[in-house]
Design a protein around this ligand. Sequence first.
Ligand SMILES: [Ca+2]
Ligand SMILES: [Ca+2]
Length: 262
Amino acid sequence: MAKTNLNIKRWMSTFSASLVVTLSCFSADLLATPITVTAGSNVPGSVYVPSGFTGGFDLSSSMPGHTAQSGSITATFVDDGDPYSYAGQNNSGYIYNGCGGGWFGCNTFYYYQNKTTYYYDQYESAALQVGSSTAGASSNYFDTGPYYQGSSSYWNGNYNYTDYYYNDYYGYNGSFSVTIALDAAALSNLNSSGGLLDFSVFAYSGDFLFTGAYLTANLVDVIPPPPPPAVGVPEPSPLLLLALGLGAIAFSARRRSKTINC
Ligand SMILES: [Ca+2]
Ligand SMILES: [Ca+2]
């Protein structure tokens, strides 16, 4: 009887080990490693954006067997090179005493003025819209500072005048970009369409060139639902399983006994 208990313990130990291995393999299948895919938009080249347009992405070749969990869209822009608009002139006048001081001891007085002309580059602001979300980006501020351009001198009948000229270019230009995460609506559209997703670009302010957009999506395996139980096939009863187990133990014990006897 003690030997039978020992065999039952060994059989249960073997069964438990097999069950652990089976569950481990099952969990590994469910936790498939996500893959990241990237696709460019269907908008070719650069598009002038005075107002707006709509484009799209196509991930249909990567979607079978997968579902998108997260992702983002990045759109890039560049200013189109605006004509500078004249922004006024600043006159800063100074009186210079050529004699080093003293009004009555000098014969010559003259004035000089710094005249700066400002040229303004228009401000641009772009918007990217996907799903239910919108994000914006704007061109970059710059200021060259006053650059000396030359001077001119003249006599107005009473005094000598010298004007010094400067130009200052400032405003907004250059390349800029915006990235927006796929929200729930965008992910739903992407998954329900089998990998297609639309986006829109428009101008909040100014004009510029849209130079491209790409979609990055993180995909995971689609886990199929478990198959329905078979109809009409009776499951083995616990008593039958117990009888089969005890029979196997008895058979194993008999073989071992014979082997020892040999
Ligand atoms: Ca500009
Ligand atoms: Ca512009």
